[in-house]
Design a protein around this ligand. Sequence first.
Ligand code: CO
Length: 172
Amino acid sequence: MDLKLHYYGHPVLRQRTQRVEVFDDELKAFGEAMISKMYEANGIGLAAPQVGVSMRVCVAVQMQDQEDTGAEPLVLVNPEILERSKDTWVLEEGCLSIPGLLGDVQRPETIRVRYQDTSGETHEIEATGMYARVLQHEIDHLDGRLFIDYFSIARKSLIKGKLREISQLNNA
Ligand code: CO
């Protein structure tokens, strides 16, 4: 499966994704391909819309902290955030679909997430710190939301030119 990254400006990144109803070998293969693509692009998470597929699937490295990039990857099907902690923290984020652009995002520190694995089995996990941040970033993608949406109006206007440049990557 040859997956191609889609960049800011492509409409698929703003669509709300479809829930997965069929748990077959094709879904397993797609999950594996997403993990390969994430590593190929040196990412720590990737959501299906970023490879042009409007399905509620994402992958993430289950990292304990920012240095823990060697942790096991996980495929999350139909993930939903059930709870968010009141405590928040700020960290600079980036996105494979918005290359070259970084920015601070404030997010809840701990979340509870329900998801299905590629066999359709339901799991509930509590994630904290870096892992919780990655999951929130990826689940945002599944709802058509990007990390730059959290920027201030002033910062948004500053990055307009850069975003226009990035959107051209879709035509490359
Ligand atoms: Co992203």
